[in-house]
Design a protein around this ligand. Structure first.
Ligand code: PLP
Length: 440
């Protein structure tokens, strides 16, 4: 019998974590790592933050858990109202859950129940992008456009209608507009083919995360998607599980584009790694319709418990008082300029993209033709290992069967300073140097 009962993809080969502080983590051998990716783009306010810890302890002294059908909790009300404020009133209702997948799942179910209540039960299909990542539970996985994760479960996921994600890297500067128009036309054609009366919602990550390495879209694209939803009577779901809570320099990434979703999924940075807390936010009109049809038939035991909500409130307060949105913009620009310099130095960097402190680096075998490394070369894994050996954590992703290049995300906590970024860049520089030696 193995002495490791844990069952993860990493096969038990990771260092044992000891403790963490700010942007650093240490393993039990005393090695220090810079958290260049906030874990899984989660620890937005950094590790061991005294204000978050204190708020959690204070809440524990009152009550950790109360069940939502038995009690309201002031911290849940406060967090919900605060989130509505942060959306500047675009989204007026909040439903708490415990993870990003649950938030996406809730968004899908709210959309579905809304149309059932409206007498349009046939509106039950979702349109999502390929590639994309929306979570690991069956509904969210059905939205996900990422072959290696989907394939084993295809028989038991609903499966959405997949449309191409914009890919600005592989379309020359002067044809971006034409590319966006083509992608929008393809999206519209897919809706028409399925029958617009069957579509409940279009779902997307406003800035790409794990599956696309910081894939950007344009204003025209966002406006185009919004108007497709309006034209065909379906809803727009923004999956801001990764991009929300200041990661891109605004509270929510959709706020860069001047359009609003009907439903939004939020997780990761809301609990900032201190406690699992996630939310679905929605327009009031949808919730009113669902409530008048008997209420939202959905919920999880731990959802919106006082400890979770106290954690979320404390995280928001830290982002506010430490002016971390401004820091995400300033440090994001600083990080980006250094990554662009690395891209000039290393032929394996094909593209650098992203917004604020969500920056992705795409690795290519040939910079001129933008040819990806072969999937079996596992370039993402090699670079990530080289960085970890040098004490830098970055977030990797597998190439999509050679269709898209491997990439890594550089997404440090929003508390990061210019000198922290200098350290991250120095270690990344060394890692890329070792990577290029490996591939030469
Ligand atoms: N949606 C997006 C955009 C994500 O990046 C993730 C996780 O990486 C999820 C959903 C799923 O969140 P969780 O892992 O908390 O279930």
């Amino acid at each position: 019998m193995s002495d490791n009962a844990l069952f993860y993809l990493t096969g038990g080969n990771m260092p044992l974590v000891s403790h963490a502080e700010g942007i650093y983590l240490w393993d039990t051998e005393g090695r220090r790592y810079i958290d260049g990716c906030s874990g899984a783009i989660t620890c937005n306010v950094g590790h061991n933050h005294p204000a978050v810890k204190q708020a959690m302890i204070d809440q524990l002294d009152w009550v950790a858990f109360s069940y939502r059908t038995q009690f309201e909790s002031q911290v849940a009300l406060d967090l919900a109202n605060r989130l509505v404020d942060l959306s500047a009133g675009d989204l007026e209702k909040v439903f708490f859950v415990g993870s990003g997948s649950e938030a996406v799942e809730s968004a899908m179910k709210l959309a579905c129940q809304y149309f059932v209540a409206q007498g349009q039960p046939e509106r039950s299909r979702f349109v999502s992008l390929s590639p994309s990542y929306h979570g690991s539970t069956l509904g969210a996985l059905g939205l996900t456009g990422y072959e290696p994760l989907e394939a084993p479960y295809r028989q038991i996921t609903l499966g959405s209608i997949k449309v191409p994600s914009p890919d600005l890297y592989r379309h020359e500067e002067d044809s971006v507009e034409a590319h966006i128009t083509a992608v929008l036309e393809e999206t519209e054609a897919a809706i028409l083919e399925a029958g617009p009366e069957t579509i409940a919602a279009i779902a997307l990550e406003p800035v790409g995360g794990a599956s696309t390495g910081g894939r950007m879209v344009t204003q025209e694209y966002m406006e185009g998607l919004r108007s497709l939803c309006d034209r065909y009577g379906c809803l727009l779901i923004m999956d801001e599980v990764l991009t929300g809570m200041g990661r891109t320099g605004t509270w929510f990434a959709y706020q860069h584009f001047g359009i609003a979703p009907d439903i939004l999924a939020l997780a990761k940075g809301l609990g900032s790694g201190y406690y699992p807390v996630a939310a679905m936010m929605a327009r009031e009109e949808l919730v009113d319709v669902v409530n008048s049809s008997g209420g939202f038939m959905h919920g999880h035991t731990y959802a919106g418990n006082p400890l979770a909500c106290a954690t979320g409130l404390a995280v928001i307060k830290v982002i506010d008082t430490e002016q971390l949105l401004g820091n995400a913009v300033e440090m994001g620009t600083y990080l980006r300029s250094h990554l662009d310099q690395l891209a000039e130095k290393y032929s394996c960097i094909g593209d650098v993209r992203g917004l604020g402190l969500l920056q992705g680096v795409e690795l290519v075998q040939d910079k001129t033709s933008k040819t990806p490394f072969p999937a079996e070369f596992n370039a993402f894994e090699k670079l990530t290992r080289l960085a970890r050996e040098r004490g830098l954590l970055i977030y990797p992703r597998r190439s999509l069967n050679g269709i898209k290049g491997d990439h890594v995300l550089i997404t440090p906590p929003l508390t990061v300073t210019a000198s922290d970024i200098d350290d991250i860049i120095a270690l990344l520089d060394q890692s890329l140097d070792a990577f290029e030696q490996l591939v030469s």
